[in-house]
Design a protein. Structure first.
Lengths: 258, 599
């Protein structure tokens, strides 16, 4: 593993988001450094997607700040966005563009020059095995293909920060493995990668550090060794997760039902 | 593991009721959770429908009673027509059921989001199919009954028909609506086997828009085509062929009339034959549709639409797992696709603006749902051009007479407001939904480093280019038939371009304020409040623009002043107004652009 940068590329500082009476994200602070993969875990409705949306500028925080590559997402949004690639949980893409047209559109948005865009499109289509379908409209793609197109769009400008919300949902094992390898390579080149996932195996094997969010609060953050300290002796990430998010009772009930 | 809950097979009716109850509870829940304003609107709408039904019943009874009076019969005897009315109305209702249910069933059977859930639940296929059929046809059934029942009941009361006539009318309409729906269902499944369901829905929307525009312009078209009143009357008379003795629909009408007149035996025989036929046809379509449904659904799931765009050059495999631009890759020149004509035309634009402009200009014509919204101004343009072309010869014949010449020149400037009107309908659809059209894919723009001004400029360009091009094309075609000189033509081109610039400023600003990204149905793309206000503001601007650009040159002609003076005044007055309208509203909403797409 390469040495981590000392300046954080993703930084949240007392981030809060309220929807009416409900506090979806409650005073969340963490940092992700260049060269590391940060896993963001939490039960359904814990506030993972809300936090991610605030970091990429899709949601305005009620209070607190989010910084990407040193830029404040609210006050220096263009600089922050230029440094960031984002893959949402649902790949809503322009259905009536072809994959190639979509990537060219995104390349233009990030102001890459035409030759550079063409080269990146060729590389990424090849990488994600989308070559054959590249001139078909996105509406004809399967969910997995759309997910891969979405990831290709996020990578086209070679971002310093990559944020992915449930990136492996809907992917076949081969594609999931490919994405894991790519994320590792990106991190090894010095970029910061943050991903939310429900799959403990992915988080445990891929991530250098993990943050666990529950009911809007960041209840634990650190590498596996540090998390074991939170987990009161539990050794696997799944046990630590259940211990921290109050899922132990449910696990016991599930055991009885077996 | 505990024992699984044993599965108990129940009757079809049990499952059907369960599914219908589920749908009713969803509808009720939606109503209960809607805003008070919406609840009041729904209630008022329901009361209006009841009032309309009552009015139709009253008017048909009154008219039919009046037609039976001896004094009227002296002039016109419509007894024969009235007797064939039930046949004609049942036939017409059936045809309308067949046509309208096609689209409704396509949506309900193939495009509804609950199909995966229903298909995987332990429910009989027939129950799912029947429930979908009933739910899909209920709104159309209600609407058709709203118009047919009062008329048919009106016939009953005015001719003092037997009480058996009234329930029979309801039974006949129900039977034939189900048969029509069944046939429409089979038709949907047959079509979906060839063309993907979503494409069928898009084409249907386009055809619907085209037909409604053509109907709205039918008066104009008929007068241009020289259709006389006699021709129309002849056409209507041909509808009586629906009352053919070989049609089960006509049997139903005859049965109803016989039953109403007290001839119970004949009535029962005709109705029995008719309803039996309807039931048999419905049963056959139901069985056929069930068989086709599984395979049709599976086909839809398994065969995504393919469409080729561009010319891809094969790329060598083996460069996988190179996500970043490596030094070697940076040296390599990999040109996979030659730039298209759009890329070439817009290459001088800054990349971010170019990206949005090209993307939008690609998406708008490809999504046929957008074209459905743009069809109105295009059809109006063609009708107008056609009418001018037809009147061209008449104008030429008298054009040397001085007062007539004056009138013609003034009249010629009326082309400008007409072209503006066409442009206005085009602009409304293009610019008002400029942001809403992005839909759920807007996150791609929202997370990209594109400033609000650049985005707004790009959207402005996307709106103005096709609108001005259409208007200029229209003006050039008009000029080809009504040549008024180079100065008039240039004035017209400039005036329409300036006016459009202002109209887009207003409409785009309302489009920013009313942007809505979470739509599923493109007809509900814009927020209704801002949509109405935007249309109103645009209409006011249309009127002001028409006056400012049309009155000065026409007035100069009328006063015997040089035409160029009128042009100059028109362009100055109109130009200033248009410039203000193009700039001020957009400046006002610039900050709101950043708020679009913020959850």
């Amino acid at each position: 593993m390469p040495a981590l940068n000392t300046t954080p590329l993703i930084e949240t500082d007392h981030l809060v988001k309220r929807f009416g009476e409900k506090t979806a994200v409650d005073d969340v602070s963490f940092s992700v450094y260049g060269g590391e993969i940060f896993g963001f875990l939490g039960p359904n409705g814990a506030g993972k997607t809300t936090t991610i949306k605030m970091i990429v500028g899709l949601l305005q925080p009620t209070s607190g700040t989010a910084r990407v590559a040193g830029f404040d997402v609210q006050s220096q949004s263009l600089q922050a966005k230029a440094a960031c690639g984002f893959v949402p949980d649902e790949p809503n893409l322009y259905a009536k563009l072809s994959g190639r047209e979509l990537l060219r559109f995104v390349g233009d948005l990030y102001e890459l020059d035409t030759r550079q865009i063409d080269r990146r499109i060729t590389e990424l289509l090849n990488l994600f095995e989308l070559n054959e379908a590249s001139d078909n409209l996105v509406e004809s793609y399967s969910h997995g293909m759309q997910q891969k197109t979405s990831l290709a769009a996020a990578l086209i400008h070679d971002p310093r920060v990559l944020i992915l919300d449930e990136p492996t949902v809907g992917l076949d094992p081969r594609s999931a493995r490919l994405i894991k390898d790519i994320l590792r390579q990106i991190a090894d080149r010095g970029a910061a990668v943050m991903l939310s996932t429900h799959i403990m195996e992915i988080a445990e094997r891929m991530c250098d550090r993990i943050g666990i969010i529950n009911k809007g609060k960041l209840v634990a953050s650190g590498n596996m060794d540090e998390l074991r300290a939170y987990g009161e002796g539990e050794s696997s990430l799944e046990d630590i997760f259940l211990q921290l998010t109050g899922g132990v009772e449910e696990a016991e009930i599930a055991e009885v039902l077996k | 593991m505990s024992a699984a809950v044993p599965f108990v097979q129940r009757s079809l009716f049990h499952y059907l009721l369960k599914l219908l109850r589920l749908r009713m509870s969803i509808t009720w829940s939606t109503f209960r959770r809607s805003k008070t304003r919406q609840k009041v609107s729904y209630t008022i709408l329901a009361l209006l429908f009841i009032a309309l039904a009552g009015f139709l019943f009253w008017i048909s009874s009154t008219v039919l009673v009046a037609l039976q009076s001896p004094s009227v019969k002296e002039y016109i005897d419509v007894s024969a027509v009235v007797h064939s009315l039930p046949s004609m109305m049942v036939s017409a209702a059936f045809v309308v059921f067949l046509m309208t249910n096609f689209g409704v069933l396509l949506q309900g059977l193939y495009l509804a989001r609950d199909m995966d859930f229903l298909m995987s639940a332990p429910l009989p296929m027939r129950a799912v199919f029947l429930s979908k059929l009933v739910i899909a046809i209920l709104p159309n059934f209600g609407l058709i009954c709203l118009f047919t029942l009062p008329l048919l009941f009106g016939i009953g009361t005015s001719y003092s028909y037997s009480f058996l006539y009234y329930p029979a009318v309801v039974i006949v309409l129900t039977a034939f609506s189900l048969t029509g729906a069944g046939m429409a269902g089979v038709l949907v499944m047959a079509v979906v086997r060839v063309i993907p369901a979503r494409r069928v829905a898009e084409v249907l929307g386009f055809l619907g828009a085209l037909v409604s525009v053509l109907l709205s312009q039918s008066g104009n078209i008929a007068s241009q085509m020289g259709v006389s009143g006699e021709t129309l009357a002849g056409g209507l008379n041909r509808l009586t062929v629906l009352n053919t003795p070989f049609s089960p629909l006509a049997w139903a009408g005859r049965g109803l009339t016989s039953l109403g007149e007290g001839n119970s035996l004949a009535g029962a025989a005709w109705l029995g034959a008719s309803i039996s036929t309807a039931v048999i046809v419905f049963w056959l379509t139901l069985n056929l549709a069930e068989r086709l449904y599984y395979s049709g659904w599976a086909r839809m799931q398994g065969s995504p639409q393919r469409r080729k765009n561009g010319r891809a050059v094969p790329v060598s495999a083996g460069s996988a797992a190179v996500p970043a631009a490596s030094a070697a890759a940076q040296q390599a020149v990999l040109t996979s696709v030659a730039p298209g004509w759009l890329e070439r035309i817009f290459s001088p634009l800054p990349p971010k603006m170019r990206a949005v402009v090209i993307k939008d200009l690609r998406l708008i014509p490809r999504d046929i749902r957008n074209m459905s919204q743009l069809i109105t101004p295009i059809v109006i343009s063609f009708v107008y051009i056609f009418s001018i072309a037809r009147s061209f010869a008449n104008i030429q014949a008298v054009s040397n007479d001085f007062p007539q010449r004056m009138f013609e020149l003034g009249w010629g400037y009326l082309n400008v407001p007409v072209v503006l009107f066409v442009g206005w309908s085009f602009v409304i659809n293009l610019s008002m939904s400029a942001f809403s059209r992005e839909g759920r894919a807007y996150w791609l723009i929202k997370t990209a480093p594109i400033p609000a001004t650049t985005l707004l400029k790009a959207k402005y360009l996307v709106s103005i280019l096709p609108s001005v091009l259409l208007q200029w094309l229209l003006l050039l075609l008009i000029s080809a038939f009504q040549w008024k000189g180079v100065a008039s033509l240039i004035y017209g081109l400039a005036a329409t371009a300036f006016w459009t610039a202002g109209a887009i400023g207003i409409n785009l600003a309302f489009g920013v304020v009313g942007a809505k990204l979470d739509w599923d149905d493109p007809r509900r793309m814009n927020r209704s409040g801002t949509g109405c206000l935007g249309a109103l503001a645009g209409f006011v601007y249309l009127g002001i623009g028409a006056i400012l650009y049309f009155v000065p040159p026409a007035g100069a002609l009328a006063l015997g002043l040089p035409e160029s003076l009128g042009h100059a005044v028109g362009l100055i007055l109109g130009g200033i107004t248009s410039a203000l309208c193009a700039i001020l509203p957009l400046r006002k909403v610039l900050k709101r652009v950043d708020k679009i797409g913020l959850d």
